[in-house]
Every structure is written in structure tokens, then in C-alpha cells.
Design a protein around this ligand. Structure first.
Ligand code: PGA
Length: 233
């Protein structure tokens, strides 16, 4: 893993943007994208840039079960607001959290990943070491599936909802194995509450207890961290 230390989230967004910019010059087609607070500075860099994404495809990591694109807390809505409305892509994929047959939706999404191989996968990390919504205990070769969110994740994400009872308890998430198929991983983490997860991911054993530790088995991983997130390394 290549660890890049930055001053703050703004600098981290710039770094991640530079990686994407260079890779687009080199001819990549597909970005794996993430939601949450972490990638926002990257999306700001992308929207403020003069880069043209209209030949690019994006594949997002996950979506809450039960929420659709019209729901303000859905990840489809988040992506439209933070990136796609300002910078149109050729095609954008986000799991359909309102699919009637969720198992079929998971299969469809793995087919999307297979037919649109991800060149750069953008990742955040949960306080418990999750990537996507793959919580501790998830097999490290998992495919896209319907996952139950842990209490700590629901607690962390309740800030986006009126009340904690409104936070969905399930999501459709790319699996750890699906994520690792991407050619290059760019994981960003800012703030002290990510320090334990970063320490475990970088220095700990590869274990289902800390899903992000599976990244140790990937050949091309860049980790962008501020001093607080790197404080236990
Ligand atoms: P955050 O979430 O960027 O909102 O901290 C990251 C994650 O849970 O993967």
C-alpha cells in the first residue's frame, strides 16, 4: 500500500483528483465511486475542474434498501447532487435499493461490474473498518449482496436523517471480492475516529474482523490520510 499523508480533507481531495486526472489522460473508462462525507472534497475538485466526464462510466458501491433516487438520503440522490448534475457521465450505475427482487438486483449489479471493469475504485472506510457496506464478519471474497448494517454504522449515518429510526437497516452493497476486482484502489480517510481502522487495515492481519484489511491482498492501493487518521500508524 502506498500511504500519502495530507494536511486535511481539502488536500486529500486534490490528491485523489490528481490521480484520476492522470489516469484519464492515460485512457481509463470507469470509476468506482463512493458516498459519505469522505469523498466530498474529491467531488468538489471534479466539479470545479474543466475535465470532461461524458465518456466515462461510474459504478457506485452501494445503496440503502428501500430508498430510491427521489429520496434525499439515497446514495443515487447524493451522487446526482454532488457530482453527476454538474458533471454528466456517459453512464452511471448505483444499485437499485427499491428493486422488487433484491437478489436479482445483486446479480445484475455483479454483471454490471463484470461488463464495466473498474479502473479506479474510490473508497472511504467505516470506523469499524467496513468498505462499501461490508461490515465486520463479511467473507473477504463476497459478491454484491443485501447486507445488514451494524449499530455503529447506523449510528454514524444517522446525521443524514431526521431520526435514527429513519436510517435503513439494510443495503445493497458491492461485495469485498467485487471491490477488489478494480484495477486500482484509492482509499481516503480523515479524522481521528478513523485512526484505529486505518491502523488495522495497514498493519494488522488480513481478517474478516476488519474488512478493509483485504486491501493488503491487492497489488495497487493508494491510501490518502490526514494526520489524525494516520495518528496510530
Ligand atoms: P464517511 O463514511 O465518509 O461518511 O465517514 C465512510 C464509510 O462509512 O465508508
Amino acid at each position: 500500500m502506498e500511504i500519502i499523508r495530507v494536511k486535511d480533507a481539502a488536500a486529500g481531495g486534490k490528491k485523489a483528483f490528481e490521480i484520476i486526472q492522470q489516469a484519464m489522460k492515460d485512457g481509463i473508462h470507469t470509476l468506482g465511486l463512493a458516498t459519505g462525507s469522505t469523498p466530498i472534497t474529491l467531488y468538489q475538485e471534479m466539479t470545479n475542474s474543466d475535465l470532461d466526464f461524458s465518456n466515462m462510466t461510474s459504478v457506485n458501491l452501494d445503496e440503502y434498501v428501500g430508498l430510491g433516487g427521489e429520496d434525499k438520503q439515497s446514495y443515487r440522490y447524493f451522487m446526482n447532487e454532488n457530482l453527476f448534475n454538474q458533471k454528466p457521465f456517459k453512464e452511471t450505475f448505483v444499485p437499485n435499493g427499491k428493486a422488487e427482487d433484491l437478489q436479482a438486483e445483486c446479480q445484475r449489479y455483479d454483471d454490471v461490474i463484470a461488463t464495466h471493469p473498474i479502473d479506479i475504485q474510490i473508497l472511504g472506510i467505516g470506523r469499524n473498518g467496513h468498505i462499501g457496506f461490508n461490515e465486520p464478519g463479511t467473507p473477504l471474497d463476497s459478491k454484491t449482496s443485501v447486507v445488514n448494517l451494524t449499530e455503529s454504522t447506523i449510528e454514524a449515518n444517522k446525521r443524514f436523517f431526521d431520526k435514527v429510526e429513519d436510517v435503513p437497516t439494510k443495503a445493497v452493497s458491492m461485495g469485498i471480492g467485487s471491490i477488489l476486482q478494480g484495477k486500482k484502489m484509492v482509499l481516503m480517510a480523515y479524522g481521528e475516529d478513523k485512526a484505529d481502522a486505518i491502523k488495522g487495515m495497514v498493519d494488522g492481519p488480513v481478517t474478516t474482523h476488519l474488512p478493509a484489511s483485504a486491501l493488503q491482498n491487492h497489488a495497487d492501493v493508494v491510501v490518502i490520510v490526514d494526520d489524525a487518521a494516520a495518528s496510530k500508524l
